[in-house]
Design a binder for this molecule. Structure first.
Ligand SMILES: Cc1cc2nc3c(=O)[nH]c(=O)nc-3n(C[C@H](O)[C@H](O)[C@H](O)COP(=O)(O)OP(=O)(O)OC[C@H]3O[C@@H](n4cnc5c(N)ncnc54)[C@H](O)[C@@H]3O)c2cc1C
Length: 390
């Protein structure tokens, strides 16, 4: 075996060990409790502590800073596995890892040494604060403003829909440092902001699905952040920091979509073999077989797109088109498979005794978060044209 083959086989072995450890955890500590936590919309504190022990808060943080340094490919497999049991859990570490990716990619050495080990251990947890009440897709329209005052910046504004907003304590916060800049993105800057005076949670947002994890509105009123927390130490690069992190975020959403689509399929395959109508299991009716065949094929296609995007990310290639395709297709597959699973389960698909109604409530979020699917298709088309000039 040459050294490349040896490295590859060691990486596969390490990946399998991690996936096995996660499977054991899911089986013992998650699966039996999902219905209860989801229906009560209860934050899973104990599971979060277990996620810390598994190293999930440092999954993609480089090993030199205390993380597991996993590839996007292994990360995607972990996310799919967890999302198959309970998608909400993946949101607790995903936006946290995007915040960490901002620091890894664009932070100064001092910022990396200060923040990444604490992010990796989960001692400092949080997420990404980009969206505002009047600006989501059009991020350059944000109004949260940071004004320099000596060694600090004073921040005023409101962020909304922030995942981990209540339970987290630290956020990658996108602001305007120059609201008159042209182009607009040149006036945007990213800070790593820890909760403190002037940084408050104004409300918990109620949702159709994605229960258990907190989504909140955050208000900044004369909040002071040290200038040393400006990511990269230079104003005007905030949009770059936000967009860079979103590639990994889109691979994560694609993997979550695969997890939901897989859960819907698994439950359907099993139910269709036990539920009988007209003297035989419904799995023997052709109408049900057509559904199962289509669900399985779409899931496999979604997985392959996700792995392809993760491979491109790992090899350092530009992968906005690949991540966009994976995110778009896998999230739409999650929606379609969850609806088909509901049809296959008949009335029981609508019952809170089964997981299927949860997949149906959780899946549409995958079409919205980390850039809506309308925007993904536009990104794909733009890249298609750029990569194939006439
Ligand atoms: C549960 C949940 C969790 C979230 N977590 C976070 C988080 O942790 N951090 C964070 O910053 N944000 C978060 N978000 C916000 C999310 O990223 C935004 O909702 C999303 O980016 C869309 O923005 P919007 O809601 O303002 O919709 P809008 O931007 O107002 O879009 C409305 C519609 O118009 C379409 N549209 C907009 N512009 C165009 C265009 N140019 N061409 C064609 N169609 C267009 C959109 O696709 C959409 O269909 C979360 C949202 C939810 C629901």
């Amino acid at each position: 075996m040459n050294s490349h083959a040896r490295d590859l086989s060691e990486a596969r072995e390490q990946e399998q060990m991690i996936l096995d450890a996660i499977e054991k955890w899911l089986e013992r500590d998650v699966r039996p409790h999902v219905l209860k936590f989801d229906h009560a919309d209860e934050y899973p504190h104990e599971m979060v502590e277990q996620m810390k022990e598994l190293g999930l808060f440092g999954a993609t943080i480089p090993e030199e800073y205390g993380g597991l340094g996993l590839s996007a490919t292994t990360y995607a497999k972990i996310v799919e596995k967890i999302a198959t049991d309970w998608m909400s859990l993946t949101g607790i570490f995903n936006s946290h890892l995007i915040m960490a990716a901002c620091v890894t990619r664009m932070g100064t050495e001092v910022q990396k040494a200060d923040l990444l080990p604490r992010f990796a251990s989960g001692a400092l947890r949080g997420g990404l604060a980009l969206t505002e009440p009047d600006a989501g897709t059009d991020l350059q329209a944000i109004r949260t403003r940071a004004v320099r005052d000596g060694d600090e910046y004073v921040i005023n504004g409101t962020k909304t829909w922030i995942s981990n907003g209540i339970e987290g304590s630290c956020f990658a916060l996108l602001v305007k440092t120059d609201p008159n800049a042209e182009p607009r993105h040149k006036g945007m800057t990213m800070f790593i902001a820890e909760k403190g005076e002037g940084f408050t949670v104004s409300k918990k947002l109620e949702k159709m699905g994605y229960k258990g994890i907190d989504s909140a509105e955050l208000v900044f009123q004369d909040y002071r952040v040290p200038a040393s927390r400006l990511v990269g130490g230079e104003e005007g690069r905030g949009m770059q920091a936000a967009l860079g992190g979103l590639e990994l975020g889109r691979i994560n959403i694609a993997a979550r979509g695969c997890g939901l689509a897989a859960a819907a399929l698994n439950d359907s395959v099993s139910y269709a073999q036990t539920r009988k109508t007209f003297g035989k299991p419904i799995a023997q009716h052709q109408a049900i077989q057509l559904k199962l065949g289509e669900m399985a094929t779409k899931l496999q296609a979604a997985r392959l797109l996700t792995y392809d995007a993760a491979r491109a990310y790992d090899s350092g290639e530009r992968c906005d088109m690949e991540a966009g395709m994976a995110k778009f297709f896998a999230s739409e597959t999650a929606v379609e498979n969850s609806l088909e699973a509901m049809r296959i389960h008949g009335g029981y698909g609508y019952s809170k005794e089964y997981h299927v109604e949860r997949y149906f409530r959780d899946a549409p979020l995958m079409c919205i978060g980390e850039g809506t699917n309308e925007i993904q298709r536009m990104i794909i088309a733009k890249q298609l044209i750029e990569r194939n000039p006439a």
